[in-house]
Design a protein around this ligand. Structure first.
Ligand code: NAI
Length: 300
C-alpha cells in the first residue's frame, strides 16, 4: 500500500471544531495538508457561537502542522467566499473541500415547525452547495479539486423523526451526482460519505460501548481516501466502526405498457415486473435512464 499524502494541498473542512470534522482536519494536517478549520461553534441545534475551530487549529499547530481557523457560517455564501479568499491569499490555492458542518432539529413531521425544516435544509444542503460554489472556480482554474459531501443513512434510507435532515442529506447525495459530472473535465472529483460515529450528534442515541466502537477516527480513513489524488468520483461511501460500504441509486429494467395496460390498473397488474430487481443497473447520468426507455420502446 502506498502512503496517501496531502503535501502542497490546501484543504477546507467545514464544521471541524469537533466530532468527525475535527478528525478529518487533524488527519489531513498530519499527512501534510494545510487546513482551514471552519466552524461556527454553535450547539447541536445550531444556536450560539464558540471558538471551537481555534482549539483544533492549536492542536494541529502543536503537532507541527499548518492550519487557520474560520468562524464562517456555511449557510451564508458571502462568508464562504471570504473563507476561500483568505485561504488562497495565505496559501495560494484550495484543493480539497470536506462539507461536514451540520445541525439537528429532530421532531416527527407532524410536530415539526416549518422554520426548523428550512433551517436544517439551509445548513446542510445550501451550506454544502455554497461552500462548494465558493471553491468551484478555483478548482476549475487549477484543473484539480476534491470535494467530499456528507450524507447520512437517514437521507439515503429514512429515519423516524428526521424529515428535515433526511431531505437535506439525500439532496446532498444528489448534488454530488451532478457536480461529479460537471467537474470531470477539470479533474474535480466529488463523492459522498454517509458516516456513523459517536459524536455529540449521536451521544444520546448510542449506548456507551457503541459510542466508543464508533469513534470518528474509524470513519476518517474513508473520508481521506475520497479526497486523495486517486479518489474515485460519484460514489456514496457508508463508513462506521471501521466498516465501509458502497451505496447506489439503482434502476430496474422495468416493462413497457401499451393499450389497455397503459392505465392505473395496468400498472397495478404489472407491479411485480416493474419492480423486479433482476438485471437492475446503476445509471451514471439521468440520460442513461432515458436510453433504457428507448431500449424498451425498441422491444429490447
Ligand atoms: P458535530 O455536531 O460534532 O459536528 C458538526 C459541526 O458542524 C459542529 O462542530 C458545529 O458547530 C458545526 N456547524 C453547525 N452549523 C454550522 C454552520 N452553519 N457553519 C459552520 N459550522 C457549523 O457532529 P458530527 O457527528 O461530527 O457530524 C458531522 C457531519 O456528519 C454532519 O454533517 C452530520 O450530519 C453527519 N453525520 C453524522 C453521523 C453520526 O453518526 N455522527 C451520521 C450521519 C451523518
Amino acid at each position: 500500500m502506498s502512503t496517501i499524502r496531502f503535501d502542497g494541498r490546501v484543504a477546507i473542512v467545514t464544521g471541524a471544531g469537533g466530532g468527525l470534522g475535527r478528525h478529518y482536519a487533524l488527519e489531513l494536517a498530519r499527512r501534510g495538508a494545510k487546513v482551514v478549520v471552519n466552524d461556527l461553534g454553535g450547539s447541536r441545534d445550531g444556536t450560539g457561537h464558540s471558538d471551537a475551530a481555534l482549539a483544533v487549529v492549536e492542536e494541529i499547530r502543536a503537532a507541527g502542522g499548518e492550519a487557520m481557523s474560520n468562524g464562517g457560517n456555511v449557510a451564508e455564501y458571502a462568508q464562504m467566499a471570504e473563507m476561500v479568499a483568505k485561504a488562497k491569499e495565505a496559501w495560494g490555492g484550495v484543493h480539497i473541500l470536506i462539507n461536514n458542518a451540520g445541525v439537528l432539529r429532530d421532531k416527527t413531521f407532524a410536530k415539526m415547525d416549518p422554520a426548523d425544516f428550512e433551517f436544517v435544509v439551509r445548513v446542510h444542503l445550501l451550506g454544502s452547495a455554497f461552500a462548494t460554489k465558493a471553491c468551484w472556480e478555483t478548482f476549475r482554474e487549477q484543473n484539480y479539486g476534491r470535494v467530499l459531501m456528507t450524507a447520512s443513512s437517514s437521507g439515503l434510507f429514512g429515519n423516524f423523526g428526521q424529515a428535515n435532515y433526511g431531505a437535506a442529506k439525500l439532496g446532498i447525495a444528489g448534488l454530488t451526482k451532478t457536480l461529479s459530472l460537471e467537474g470531470a473535465k477539470n479533474d474535480i472529483r466529488v463523492n459522498t460519505i454517509a458516516p456513523t460515529a459517536g459524536t455529540r450528534m449521536t451521544e444520546d442515541l448510542f449506548p456507551q460501548a457503541a459510542f466508543e466502537a464508533f469513534s470518528p477516527d474509524k470513519v476518517a480513513p474513508g473520508a481521506l481516501y475520497l479526497v486523495s489524488e486517486d479518489a474515485p468520483t460519484n460514489t456514496i461511501l457508508g463508513a462506521g466502526a471501521g466498516a465501509f460500504q458502497a451505496s447506489y441509486v439503482t434502476l430496474t429494467p422495468g416493462t413497457l405498457l401499451t393499450g389497455d395496460d397503459l392505465s392505473p390498473e395496468g400498472v397495478a397488474a404489472h407491479w411485480d415486473a416493474i419492480t423486479d430487481r433482476t438485471d437492475e443497473i446503476v445509471p451514471k447520468t439521468g440520460a442513461e435512464q432515458a436510453m433504457t426507455i428507448g431500449k424498451l420502446l425498441q422491444g429490447g
